[in-house]
Write a protein that binds this ligand. Structure first.
Ligand SMILES: [Ca+2]
Length: 265
């Protein structure tokens, strides 16, 4: 079916606008051709496509449908910066939310089961500074605890808990966990260590706690010893850090623009 003259006029006007927008990026989006010009012929369009100035999709439809494709390619040509902006992610402001994680500022805001937990006394060494948290090491049935409430902000993709841990023990078994240290966040147990994990010096432990972003939860360590042969669980330099921009959902494609009406003669 042949397009009506009016349709053909609108299509050719838009085609010109599209060509103008593509070849002259400085042309304002509202620029309108003042006079109607002959339609771009198929060979001309093919040449333009080859030259990269017209989207190939505009070349396939013989009638009014072509103008829709032209409008779509025109929109893409004039608004690249807007499209880039909507594809960006929500920026994360990294935060470290454990207070006094190195125990160098006294006890607050930690809660400890006895005043001997956060210490700098001889018998163990700090990972950093001079103070550390020393749970157990008594050699009889005993429990020590250490905890702090942490608020993990939302707005970041990831949250990671790290701490340095040293374990030494008088236990000689290589198979039985007699004395244990449990690390928990909220009601989730992150890890359990024992006399079997004894080491020389400190090792750093790391946990993905991203599931707790946007929450206030307790970070807690509990060390238990059985009736004989001491084990010491020594913690220092704890940190809980958020990171990573949050990806946005894909932007909704803009609705196709309505064709501009050509003023009637
Ligand atoms: Ca320290």
């Amino acid at each position: 079916m042949r397009p009506t003259p009016r349709k053909a006029l609108a299509a050719s006007a838009l085609t010109l606008a599209a060509l103008a927008a593509v070849s002259l990026p400085a042309t304002p989006a509202t620029a309108t051709p003042s006079v109607a010009a002959p339609s771009v012929t198929a060979p001309e369009r093919a040449a333009s496509v080859a030259a990269g100035t017209v989207a190939p999709a505009a070349a396939v439809a013989p009638n009014g449908a072509a103008s829709t494709s032209v409008v779509a390619s025109r929109s893409a040509a004039v608004a690249p910066s807007k499209a880039a902006a909507t594809a960006a992610a929500d920026a994360c402001t990294p935060a470290q939310v454990i207070s006094n994680g190195g125990f160098e500022s006294g006890v607050s805001p930690w809660t400890q089961s006895s005043t001997s937990v956060i210490t700098s006394r001889t018998g163990q060494s700090a990972h950093g500074g001079t103070a550390f948290a020393w749970l157990d090491g008594v050699g009889s049935t005993h429990t020590d605890t250490l905890s702090q409430s942490v608020t993990i902000p939302s707005g970041c993709a990831a949250a990671t808990l790290t701490f340095w841990l040293h374990i030494d023990t008088a236990e000689t078994t290589s198979s039985t966990a007699y004395d244990k240290l449990t690390a928990k966040i909220g009601s989730t147990t992150l890890a359990t260590y024992s006399n079997l994990d004894k080491n020389t010096g400190y090792v750093q432990k790391s946990f993905n706690v991203s599931a707790f972003t946007g929450q206030t939860v307790s970070l807690a360590f509990t060390g238990t010893e059985d009736s004989s042969l001491r084990s010491s669980f020594v913690l220092d330099d704890l940190a809980l850090t958020t990171s990573g921009d949050t990806p946005r959902p894909p932007p909704t494609p803009p609705a196709p623009r309505r064709r501009r009406r050509t003023p009637s003669a």
